[in-house]
Write a protein that binds this ligand. Sequence first.
Ligand SMILES: [Zn+2]
Length: 495
Amino acid sequence: MSYQKYIETNRKIADIGYSIALLSWDQEVMMPAKGAEARSSQISTLSVIAHEWSTDERYGELLHALAEDKSLSWEQKRNVELSLRDYEKQKKYNSDFVKKLSQTISKSFNAWQAARKANDFKVFAPLLKEIVALKREEAEMLTYETHPYNALMDDYEPGATVAQIDELFAGVKVSLSEMLDKINQSPQPKNLFAGKKYEADKQWKITQELLKKMGYDFDAGRQDYAPHPFCTSFSAKDVRVTTRADESDVFDMLSSSVHEGGHALYEQGLLEENYGLPAGSAISLGIHESQSRLWENCVGRSEAFWKNNFQLLSDVFPEQTKGLTAHDAFIADNIIQPSLIRVQADELTYHFHIMIRYELEKRLVEGSLEVEDLKDAWNEMYLKYLKVKVPSDNQGVLQDIHWSHGSLGYFATYSLGSFYAAQFFNKASQEIADLDKMIERGNYLPLKNWLNQNIHQYGRLFDASEICGKVTGEKLNFKYFKEYLEPKLAKVYQW
Ligand SMILES: [Zn+2]
C-alpha cells in the first residue's frame, strides 16, 4: 500500500517537473519575445511547488518507513533508497540560501550578457565572485569528504570525486598532448566541403532522415530549431530534440542532430512504467553524454557511416559535392585543429577545453584562485595546452553560459561522456556481430537495441560506475578512447 503511495507521490512531483520542462522547451523554441516575463514567473511558481512537494515532511516519513520495509523487491528498494538520498539532499538547503542563489544567478546571467556585449570580463567579474562565494557556501552546507568541489559535482555526476578526475585527466593530458604533437607535425588535410553554401532546409531533410535511421521515434518526439541545440523530455513517450543551422558548414547541423538524437534515444529507452521514479530517469550527465557522443562520434564520424550516408548528402547537395567522395567527407569531418571556442572544437582538442575549465573551477571553489585572476589563468592555460593566444574575452573566459548559471562542477561530465562512449562502443563492437558492416549498411537498430537493453532500460537503478562495470566488465578506462581515436586519426593524417 505505502509503496503505491510512494509511486503516486513521485508521479505527481514528476508531473510538475516535466511541466516546467515543457514550458522551458516552449520558451526556447516557440515563445514570442513578449511572453518572457510571465513565463519566468510561471516557471518559478511551479519550481516552488515542486520543491515543496519533494521536501514535504510526510513524503520524508513515507520514504523512511519504506526504507525499513523488508518486503520490497530489489528494484523497489533501490528506488526508495535513491529517492531518500534526493530528499535528504534537498532538505539540506535552507530557503534563504535558495532564494539568494536564484536572485544572484539571475543578476549574474544579466551581467554575463552585458559583459559579452562589452567584450569585457570586468563587467561580469563582481557577480561571478558572488556566485563562487555562494557555491563555496553550498558545498559546506551539503557537506563533503576531502574536497568541496566533490559536493558540487554530485549534482551532475553522483559519485565522481576530485581524486578520480585528477588522476584520469593527468593521463588524458599526456596521451592527448602526444597525439596533438603528432598532428602538428603532419600536413593538415583539406576540407573539400568548405567555402560553399548549404541551404538550411536541405540540411534539415538530411537530419530528419538520419534521426529516423537511428531509431528515434517521431511518434514520441519531434525536432525543432533552437539557437543552442538541446534534448528535453516530458516522458519516455515525448522526447524532443532541437538543432541549429550553419549554412557555411554542412557538418555542424548534421552532427548536432545526431548528438541530440543520441540523448533522445536514451530518454525514449527509459521504461514508461517507471515514470517519475529513479528507475525512470537517467543516471548522470556523464552517462547521458556518453549516449550522444557515441552516436555523434563513434558512429557519425566513422568511415563506415560516411560510406553509407554520403549518397544522402550528394542527393541533397549535388552541386556542392560534385567530384567528392565518402572518404573526403570522412576526412573533412575529422580534421583536428586547436581553437578558442569549446563548442566548435574537434573530438581531440575538445578535452583540453574541458580540462582547463575543470582545473580553474576546482581552484576557484577551493580558494587557490580568485575571480580577479581568472582571466589571466585562462589565457595562460590556452597558450600552454592548445598553443592559441586568446584575443578577446568573448573568445576566452566569457564564452560559456555555465558559470553565469551557477553551474560549477558540470564541465568534466562532457569528457567523461566521450570516454564512456568509447568504452561502451568497444563492448558493443564485440557483442554485435559485424557492427561496422551494419553501420556501413545504415542499419543502426542492432546498436540502438543493444544500448536500450544494456543501459537505457535501467534508469538510475545502477550508478555510473556500476553500469560501466556491468556493461564492460571494468571501471571507466581512458585507454578505450585512445584506442578508438588514434587509428582513426592515423587514417586522416596518414601516419
Ligand atoms: Zn550533449
